[in-house]
Design a protein around this ligand. Structure first.
Ligand code: NCD
Length: 322
């Protein structure tokens, strides 16, 4: 008999993106994560479900929250976790990426957690290895575990995602967090708005099924959730806005424009946050409404669930060793 049915409804080998996942698959990942939240609050946080498993964190880009939480998640489940930080400057895409993947693959890891500055690079790598691969962020494409942790944070506060109005504000153009969140929220029946200067709205916005606003006051009107984004200057190859001062004036979240949202609207940010650029410092620290720290807490639980489910799927996959 299957002891936990939800745990078996995410049956893919990898977690490369949210696009294409079904509501039951997303719900399965969230339900499994939920179970780890309480465990992480206990003094003894250790379990043995990943005993004997090897997880390699392969990060070709900077990270604080994502890398640390994957490491904690793997260790709390009893796995062996190796961190490989690859300096961006010396790494070329294509051949070198595949060579790295093949080298690591030869060491028989069970899960590779990969972050890379090029969109699509993590999928490419996943095609070359016979372990499970988790996308920890590929360029401006997807960051699935971030969207899952955001969804878990919202679900715990609001009960469900369906019917909520969520405003994603700021540099949507360069944000993998925005793309993964848009896919997840749309799939789960939330309404998504994006608010940004015209230059920071992706060309495919209409296809993504979002409502586009260029004015904070109008876009935030009646919202349940306000999700702020960092200006991803590392991905900008020209000037997308006149100055930080002007951007702050028109597009930062402050108490004036927040007043347009619902009185109990939650404030979210994936981090790292640039105070005084996309968010007013006081609003960020408004712990009645800002759930930014809770998002970080949920991140560990979500990554535990992903590692556990993918490892379980791998054990059931006889083709792996052929
Ligand atoms: C985000 C990322 O790396 O995409 N950060 C994160 O994972 N918490 C967002 C960002 O860098 O602004």
């Amino acid at each position: 008999m299957i002891e936990d049915e939800t745990a078996f409804s995410y049956t893919h080998r990898h977690l490369l993106g949210i696009e294409g996942l079904s509501p039951p698959e997303i719900t399965a990942l969230l339900d499994q994560s939920e179970g780890y939240v309480e465990q992480n609050r206990q003094a003894d946080k250790k379990q043995g479900v990943l005993r004997g498993r090897t997880i390699i964190n392969l990060f070709f880009e900077a990270s604080t929250r994502t890398r640390t939480s994957f490491e904690l998640a793997g260790k709390r489940l009893g796995g062996d976790v190796i961190n490989m930080s690859v300096s961006n400057s010396s790494v070329k895409k294509g051949e070198t990426l595949i060579d790295t993947a093949m080298t690591l693959n030869a060491m028989h890891p069970d899960v590779l957690v990969v972050r890379h500055p090029a969109s699509g690079a993590v999928k490419l790598l996943s095609e070359k290895v016979n372990c499970a691969v988790i996308n920890a962020g590929d360029g401006s494409h997807e960051h699935p575990t971030q969207a899952l942790l955001d969804a878990l944070t919202i679900r715990r506060r609001r009960g469900e995602l369906s019917g909520l109005t969520v405003a994603i504000c700021g540099d949507v153009q360069h944000s993998r967090v925005a793309r993964s969140n848009i896919h997840l929220l749309n799939t789960m029946g939330a309404r998504v708005r994006v608010i940004a200067p015209r230059t920071l709205i992706p060309a495919e916005a209409a296809r993504l099924g979002v409502e586009v606003f260029h004015d904070m006051d109008r876009g935030l009107e009646g919202c349940d959730i306000v999700m702020m984004l960092r200006l991803q200057t590392e991905r900008m190859h020209s000037n997308f806005f006149p100055s930080i001062r002007e951007y702050f004036h028109f597009f930062a979240l402050d108490y004036d424009n927040l007043a347009k949202a619902k009185p109990d609207a939650l404030i979210m940010h994936p981090g790292p946050m640039n105070r005084g650029v996309e968010i007013d410092s006081e609003v960020a620290d408004d712990y009645g409404r800002s759930v930014i720290r809770e998002q970080v807490e949920m991140g560990v639980a979500v990554r535990m669930a992903c590692l556990e489910l993918l490892s379980r799927n791998l054990s059931n996959d006889i083709s792996r060793n052929l």
